[in-house]
Write a protein that binds this ligand. Structure first.
Ligand code: APR
Length: 408
């Protein structure tokens, strides 16, 4: 099979790339190792940044999101019995998040591709990618029973995919680009008696707990646990008991929690590759960088990568602009590292450390001071709000001119 661009992975990064390229007249093929039902069911992120929604809207990819998502512009910090409301919508000048579960966005993006007659090939894993180091073509993606020859391969296959294996060893994350935290987060999907009205971050002596809105029946919850702890130790009764302790005093912000539908664990680490490209292979989203969920940036950064890469490929096909495409890593890496650092700072705020209870209490008091500073209108809160809600920088606008045929 021959195509211009082969995309490995049908998560948010791969599906945004596929849709935007297709609309610009670029020929694509998407392979995804899971079944369609699996990718459309996988509950993960849910807070969509303002600029990401603006991008999807501008490309005609946000109809259902705009109709069904709810808006969200504040969160509560719980600390030492105090509730501090951080009105980041107001502090960022009226910009808010959209609450829309990732699997619904994935479902919509798959439906858009199907409408255009370009179904992703589901249940088809890529097993190997061939790209020449000097950038000469064509590139090739091997799958069981299918060989795709293409101009470019886009590795959107997440943190455990196979496309990064085609990068040279020096592209692997190392040193300060790779960080492991001394705790993990238990991730839970719980039934609730009404929707969660807003995000709650509880900073508690016993450990962190977080509550995120998803739908009127379901909430996403996070619970700090010791690094490496087995999920089997976290029975439903123990989870409920710890949540009660850590969320005590949250008031109306936390609905009554019912049955826990899913329990998982996030090994808390961040890991950023030294480069996101090699010859005709370009990585986007989790294949290029994995961040912790603090700040809810994973899905948003995946779409931001996809937006930049789609723009660069369209310039390549329309105007023969090789240089802009070659600058992909140098444009994306600084933003990814900045996001990684801000998310790490936020994570630190949520996790007072300390061996002894007295140390932890002192740390908690310091956290309370810093959280109060964020919550009160001022420069610190405004800067954080701008980043947290994704008020900018804007993602690339659609190209309007007709496509020109060109084969690199
Ligand atoms: N062949 C084909 N598909 C593959 C292969 C393979 N060898 N390996 C993995 N995949 C698929 C996975 O099944 C998955 O559907 O690639 C897709 C990767 O999707 P995501 O993991 O959602 O990654 P991405 O699109 O980068 O979005 C990342 O979303 O939920 C957030 O925080 C999360 O940061 C993450 C973000």
């Amino acid at each position: 099979m021959r195509t211009q661009v082969a995309i490995v992975g049908a998560g948010p990064a791969g599906l945004v790339l596929a849709n935007v390229l297709l609309r610009a007249g670029v020929d694509i093929a998407v392979v995804e190792r899971r079944s369609r039902a699996e990718v459309e069911r996988r509950a993960r992120a849910g807070l969509v940044e303002h600029r990401v929604v603006e991008y999807l809207r501008a490309h005609g990819l946000a109809d259902r999101l705009l109709a069904e998502a709810t808006r969200h512009g504040w969160c509560d910090f719980l600390c030492t019995g105090r509730v501090l409301r951080f009105d980041y919508g107001a502090q960022s000048g009226g910009v808010r998040h959209w609450v829309y579960p990732q699997q619904l966005l994935v479902r919509d993006l798959v439906a858009d591709l199907r409408k255009a007659g370009h179904d992703p090939q589901f249940s088809l894993p890529a097993t190997r990618v061939h790209v020449a180091a000097d950038g000469s073509g064509p590139a090739r993606v091997e799958c069981p029973g299918l060989d795709i020859e293409c101009d470019y391969v886009l590795g959107c296959d997440g943190p455990h995919g196979i496309t990064p294996l085609a990068l040279p060893p020096q592209a692997a994350p190392q040193g300060e680009l790779d960080e492991r935290y001394p705790y993990d987060w238990l991730t839970l999907l719980a039934e609730v008696d009404r929707g969660v009205p807003g995000v709650v971050y509880a900073v508690h002596e016993d450990g962190f707990a977080g509550v995120m809105p998803r739908t009127s029946r379901i909430a996403r919850l996070y619970l700090e646990i010791p690094a490496g702890d087995a999920t089997a130790r976290w029975t439903a009764a123990r989870v409920h008991e710890r949540l009660r302790t850590r969320l005590a005093g949250a008031g109306a912000a936390v609905p009554r929690l019912g049955r826990i539908r899913e329990t998982g664990v996030l090994r808390m680490r961040s890991s950023v590759r030294q480069t996101f490209q090699h010859g005709r292979l370009f990585l986007a989203g989790d294949a290029a960088h994995v961040l912790t969920p603090s700040g809810a940036k994973g899905m948003n950064l995946a779409v931001a990568d996809a937006a930049d890469l789609a723009d660069a490929l369209i310039r390549r096909y329309r105007y023969g602009d090789e240089a802009y495409l070659a600058g992909y890593t140098s444009r994306r890496l600084p933003e990814v590292l900045r996001t990684r650092d801000l998310a790490a700072g936020f994570l630190d705020l949520l996790h007072p450390q300390g061996q002894h209870p007295a140390d932890r209490r002192a740390e908690l008091a310091r956290r309370l001071e810093r959280l109060s500073e964020l919550a009160e209108p001022g420069a610190a809160g405004a800067a954080f709000a701008h980043w947290y809600v994704g008020a900018g920088p804007d993602l690339p606008a659609p190209h309007t001119a007709a496509p020109r045929e060109s084969t690199p």
